[in-house]
Structures are given as C-alpha cells and as structure tokens.
Design a binder for this molecule. Structure first.
Ligand code: CUA
Length: 180
C-alpha cells in the first residue's frame, strides 16, 4: 500500500515542529543564562605587549595582586604563565564589585573561579578583564582551563573571598593572602 501524501506532509510538519522546539529551548537557555546568571562573553579589547609585560606598566611584579584605588575600586592583577599564576592567591571582598585583570607572556590560558560566573580566556597580547561580585566567602579554586602544555593540570590559584569587615587594605591599598 503506497503511503499517502497527507501522511508524509504530516510527518514532515511534526519533525519541523520538533526542530523549531529544540532551537527555541536553546535560545531561551542562552537568554536566561545571559540575563539571570550574567554569563556573557567578555567585551573589552585591550592590547598589551606580551614581551615587555613584566618590565613596565601595570603587570610588573610589584603591581600584582589585589589593590584598592583611591576611589574605592578593588582590582586584582594576575599574570598567567606556564605553569603557574602570579600571585598564586588573591584576596577579594564579598558583596562588592571587584575587577579581575589578567595577562600572559607566553601562550593561551583560561581561567574560571569555581562556583561563580567568572570565566575567561587569557590570550597573549590582550588584557582579559572581568567584573563580578562574589557572594560566598572562602577559598575558591581558580584552575587554568585551557590546555597550555605539560604542566597544565598543575596550574591553579586561589581566590580568597573574605567578609567585607575582614578586608583590610594596608597604607598602599594592598591586600595579600599571606598578610592575614
Ligand atoms: Cu595554563 Cu592550562
């Protein structure tokens, strides 16, 4: 018995509806993640010379770590290298807008801070910048999540989120892990 055209059309429409449904669910999930969980691609483009990163400017050794500027902005500067972070631990206050800035002198790395929406690539030649508000306190693991060589699996740092009243910058506005 030949299949009637009506049955074929109905089957095609059913599959078309399923495809539209799947795409709609993915679109809604993307919009939900963007708006509710603030998960979106980094937007700033800022160049930096990877060869002279450590010689001058904001990513010299003395400038790394957390610093509170005169206007109260909290910024942490971290260099990602094969196969460590410098510094390996940064202190940041909870429930306050903070900025993380990363650069690398060698290859592509990536970081995420576990349990938060912080997640970015670190590409040679560019500064990666992330703004966030940490809502939980404690030592959060910040592993490298982009394969960068043989020591990749050893590459991780700690983000120590402390309650606002325990966040005490020194005279220069700095806060470091070992100072606690
Ligand atoms: Cu750095 Cu993987």
């Amino acid at each position: 018995m030949p299949i009637s055209e009506e049955i074929i059309v109905r089957s095609e429409l059913r599959w078309a509806a399923i495809s539209v449904g799947v795409v709609s669910v993915i679109m809604i999930a993307l919009i939900y993640a963007g708006l509710v969980h603030h998960i979106n691609p980094p937007s700033n483009i800022e160049r930096i010379d990877p060869k002279t990163l450590h010689l001058g400017g904001e990513f010299t050794e003395a400038n790394l770590g957390t610093r509170v500027s005169g206007d109260g902005q909290v910024t942490s500067r971290i260099v990602a290298t094969q196969f460590t972070f410098q510094p390996r631990c940064v202190v940041l206050p909870a429930n306050r807008r903070v900025t993380l800035r990363f650069a690398t002198p060698d290859v592509i790395h990536g970081i995420l801070v576990s349990g938060t929406n912080v997640n970015t690539m670190i590409v040679p030649g560019y500064v990666s910048q992330v703004h966030t508000v940490f809502t939980r306190t404690g030592d959060l693991l910040m592993p490298c999540h982009e394969y960068c060589g043989l020591g990749h699996s050893e590459m991780s740092a700690t983000v120590r989120v402390v309650p606002p009243d325990e966040f005490k910058p020194d005279a220069e506005g700095r806060v470091a892990c070992d100072a606690r």
